[in-house]
Unconditional design. Structure first.
Length: 423
């Protein structure tokens, strides 16, 4: 298992790595053909298909298509990628996924802006120029990216001249450029881009330390640096935790991370975009809850269906969770009915009771490791067979166990279908 130190957590694990690898950036810049994907530490990737996320080789959670992760390490020979996963309490663990299940997330204007500023922070000047130039092509970030690029270019040019001249007017010009850079960092911070301001300030610090013999000659920062660093780390943490919460449909939890993150970085684009999605899904889930409440006594099947759909939208909605608890008995009858005498009489199964009970046990234990049970009549028997086969590898279910599960599901599907017709 990989372990991540708290300091490394604030950069790599939070998706704020210095930049994509130079080869990757240049390939994207010049339209180079894509080779077999090799991921580097700090790359942002996403699932191209549903896949079970593993921790220490065991199923950890269900990863839906589109869930994003930050790469810690890629082992192409083993076909696996170690990815950062942030626990609720803040601990970072390394989870794994097959490399074939992942794809690189194309950088947008914001990603290019933050990566470009971070490249300057690390004194990778040519890379900073290229990335900020691309960021400025995005209409949504043209203003801030152009302003940051212009200021960084000025301080880099002045720094190079001062290093060659070793003092005199060139050093004075560099100090003036540094002061303008501090002004830009303060302006960017005031516009709500905390992370950009933080990276820009650190870059100015490092460049001035290289150029100026006397540290006191450097113009001071105009921002509260400790607060700036804490806010940038909080915003990044909120982005990662929000992504993870949204992936498992914990929209109420995600909303809390968004609120905290936007207080730290009011203009953070990912958080603002996620806020729209979260609010939409919470509202839709509440509407499903209203439908479940209104149908609870007059049409139980419709009520349970509405409840299930509401929880798929927002799995941690307090009102829906309370309603599920109140309707737990009826819900069990529709998702995994016990093998009782009434069950056997209704289903008339060919399999013996012992195999049906074994199938139910496998279904309710192995198939709930990554997700809740679903209404049995939400799929045909044929579709359930495909679903079980698709889950088998991730749930570590062999072919014989799949057959036992399907014997139970076939009988249970018949029983639930009979319930629906009788209502």
């Amino acid at each position: 298992m990989l372990r991540l130190s708290p300091s490394r957590f604030s950069t790599v694990a939070l998706g704020l790595a210095l930049c994509a690898p130079a080869a990757l950036v240049c390939g994207a810049l010049h339209g180079a053909p894509a080779a077999a994907a090799v991921y580097s530490s700090g790359d942002l990737v996403r699932l191209a298909r549903k896949e079970t996320v593993l921790f220490k080789g065991e199923p950890f959670l269900a990863g839906p298509k589109g869930q994003e992760f930050t790469v810690l390490k890629h082992e192409p020979a083993k076909g696996q990628v170690y990815l950062a996963f942030v626990q609720k309490e803040g601990e970072v663990i390394a989870v794994t996924l097959p490399d074939a299940s992942l794809e690189l997330v194309p950088p947008d204007g914001w990603a290019l802006l933050i990566r470009g500023t971070q490249a300057f922070r690390d004194q990778r000047f040519e890379e900073a120029r290229k990335l900020l130039g691309r960021a400025a092509q995005d209409p949504g970030f043209k203003g801030v990216a152009s302003g940051v690029a212009l200021r960084i270019e000025g301080v880099m040019q002045a720094g190079g001249a001062a290093l060659q001249a070793k003092g005199g007017p060139s050093q004075k010009a560099f100090i003036e450029a540094l002061s303008l850079g501090r002004d830009t960092a303060a302006e960017v911070f005031q516009r709500g881009y905390t992370s950009v301001a933080q990276a820009l300030e650190e870059g100015l610090d490092r460049l001035s330390a290289r150029v100026l013999a006397q540290k006191e000659d450097a113009p001071p920062s105009k921002l509260p640096r400790e607060e700036l660093a804490n806010r940038a780390a909080q915003a990044a943490f909120s982005v990662v935790r929000c992504r993870q919460a949204m992936a498992v449909r914990r929209m109420v939890e995600a909303r809390g991370y968004i609120d905290t993150g936007l207080k730290a970085e009011p203009a953070r684009p990912e958080l603002k975009a996620m806020l729209l999605k979260v609010e939409e899904d919470i509202k839709d889930a509440e509407n499903r809850g209203d439908s479940a409440e209104s149908n609870r006594r007059r049409n139980l099947g419709q009520a349970l269906l509405a409840l299930e759909r509401g929880l798929k939208l927002c799995s941690d909605h307090p009102r829906l969770l309370k309603l599920r608890e109140e309707m737990s008995g009826a819900l069990e009858e529709r998702t995994a009915p016990p093998v009782t005498a009434e069950f056997v009489a209704a289903a008339k199964p060919a399999a013996p009771v012992e195999r049906l009970e074994q199938g139910r046990q496998l279904y309710t234990t192995r198939c709930t490791q990554c997700h809740d049970l679903e209404m049995l009549d939400s799929r045909t028997v044929g579709n359930w067979k495909s679903e079980v086969a698709g889950m088998a590898r991730r749930a570590k279910v062999d072919e014989a166990q799949q057959n036992v599960i399907m014997e139970y599901l076939t009988a249970a599907h018949s029983v639930v279908g009979g319930m629906r017709k009788s209502q």
